[in-house]
Design a protein around this ligand. Structure first.
Ligand SMILES: Nc1ncnc2c1ncn2[C@@H]1O[C@H](COP(=O)(O)OP(=O)(O)OP(=O)(O)O)[C@@H](O)[C@H]1O
Length: 450
């Protein structure tokens, strides 16, 4: 109760004052509002844990019952937010209808203070219990999802994370492998030790060893001082090797030897350093392709893959698409200070029908772009534009001509588009060819609206 925020909407100022006085000592914040029209913008700014909503506004809208109408709006914006209806004596039928439409409970005016407090505490503790048992919410890295496939994945994460097993996280680009790797670390016995991530797919042959194993000053021309390798930096904690499927056979041999011997020898040194790490690897290459002898050593697969976790593509997650879309909508509406609160029917249909070759990352960028561009409170289908880059990676692509004039910005834009197309949308390979990190490439894709 003490940390909770309560929002109360009633057009009777006496009710607002009475509730404020009653609850102000008991909860963290009481937000009062007499005009229900303000609900969407309040929900865009505030994060209440519970709403008290009048059932009988003196209606200006012709919606049958305005209380029910605003209940449905709140539920559309925040489906999990408990709403308690405040109803007049004699309107019990309506109150029951509200329960069927998603209200958590109702209280009858005038109420007994203890009764109101009882209803609120009951609902808040129920919410806490739900949060504690929902694996999606117990990961504070917020892997949003309630679909069968995601709950199944999160169940496995919860089970495997506390063990020290090496884990291989599989899944298409942008499905959330990074989030899963972070969650594994946070739920492990090593959670208070370092979590070190290395994008091994983007490392050149020369950088690979010095980045992972470290080097001594003078070990090679550019080694001006000693450098601690990422294995050593992760000692006692978790080492996350991303894009493991893209490393060369030579790099695989070096990695295997370190994992077998459980020690690293920095370049230019003779002294082995013992390492104690939990290894989590990720790749967008399907396991069957990885297991192809020419591409990846089987013995290394067995080493890194005590257990594998498959992160499903977004298009297989059903309504999670809308849950994640709403999460990003709220996030970016806050970031860009927009009063956008929801999607209309058409937008929701468009979101559900699209196939998301770029998965959650593509959804994220589309929502961010829509929030920046849109003006109203509700996003429509026309506000949602999916990335041209992802579309072209699916189809045959045509290389863009480099322009005659030598404008560097334009050259960069076209080069990036060409290289990404050349690699069929594979960001890691494109970043490697361009000589920049994947994060830098994503930033540029967003900058150029590709
Ligand atoms: N279920 C989810 N809920 C909320 N955000 C998510 C979810 N899954 C992914 N994201 C977000 O989507 C973006 C891409 O996720 P992430 O980087 O983890 O994907 P990835 O599979 O590691 O991608 P890549 O294969 O390109 O490395 C991130 O901003 C991440 O926070």
């Amino acid at each position: 109760m003490k940390n909770s925020r309560i929002l109360i909407i009633d057009d009777d100022p006496d009710v607002l004052t009475a509730v404020r006085l009653l609850l102000k000592q008991q909860v963290d914040k009481v937000i009062t509002e007499h005009n229900p029209e303000q609900i969407p913008s309040i929900l865009a700014k505030e994060t209440p844990d519970l709403v008290l909503l009048d059932m009988n506004f003196k209606s200006t809208l012709n919606t049958g019952n305005e209380g029910l109408y605003w209940l449905s709006r709140i539920k559309a914006i925040k489906p999990d937010l408990p709403v308690v209806m405040i109803t007049a004596y004699g309107a019990i039928d309506l109150a029951v209808t509200s329960l069927k439409q998603g209200a958590a409970d109702f209280v009858v005016k005038p109420w007994q203070n203890e009764q109101l407090i009882g209803v609120i505490t009951g609902l808040l503790s129920k919410k806490d219990r739900k949060r504690a048992t929902n694996p999606a919410k117990s990961m504070d890295s917020e892997f949003i999802g309630q679909s069968e496939v995601v709950l199944d994945l999160l169940y496995k994460v919860n089970k495997i994370a506390p063990t020290d097993a090496n884990i291989l996280v599989l899944g298409e680009n942008g499905t959330g492998k990074d989030l899963i790797a972070t969650a594994i670390h946070k739920q492990s016995a090593r959670s208070d030790r370092p979590f070190i991530k290395v994008d091994v797919g983007a490392l050149t042959e020369t950088l690979f060893e010095s980045e992972l194993f470290g080097h001594k000053k003078g070990a090679f021309t550019d080694a001006r001082e000693d450098r601690v390798g990422r294995f050593e930096a992760a000692n006692g904690g978790t080492l996350f090797l991303d894009e493991i499927g893209n490393i060369s056979l030579q790099q695989q041999a070096k990695l295997l030897s370190v994992l077998q011997n459980r020690q690293v020898i920095p370049l230019g040194s003779n002294t082995p350093i013992p390492i104690d790490i939990r290894l989590v690897c990720a790749t967008n290459v399907p396991l069957a392709d990885l297991a192809n002898e020419n591409r990846f050593r089987k013995d290394l697969i067995y080493r890194i893959n005590t257990v594998d976790l498959q992160v499903p593509p977004l298009r297989e997650r059903g309504d999670d698409i809308l849950r994640i879309a709403r999460y990003f909508l709220q996030k970016y509406a806050e970031k860009y200070r927009k009063a956008i609160v929801d999607f209309d029917q058409g937008a929701a249909q468009k979101l559900l029908r699209y196939h998301y070759p770029g998965n959650v990352r593509e959804l994220q960028y589309s929502i961010e772009r829509a929030v920046i561009m849109a003006d109203g409170e509700i996003l429509g289908a026309e506000d949602l534009i999916f990335s041209a880059i992802e579309q072209t990676s699916q189809s045959q692509s045509v290389q863009r001509q480099l322009p005659e004039e030598h404008n560097l910005v334009e050259l960069e834009r076209i080069t990036i588009a060409n290289v990404v197309e050349k690699h069929g949308g594979n960001i890691s390979k494109a970043a490697k060819e361009l000589g920049i990190t994947r994060t830098a490439l994503y930033r540029r894709l967003s900058k150029y609206d590709l």
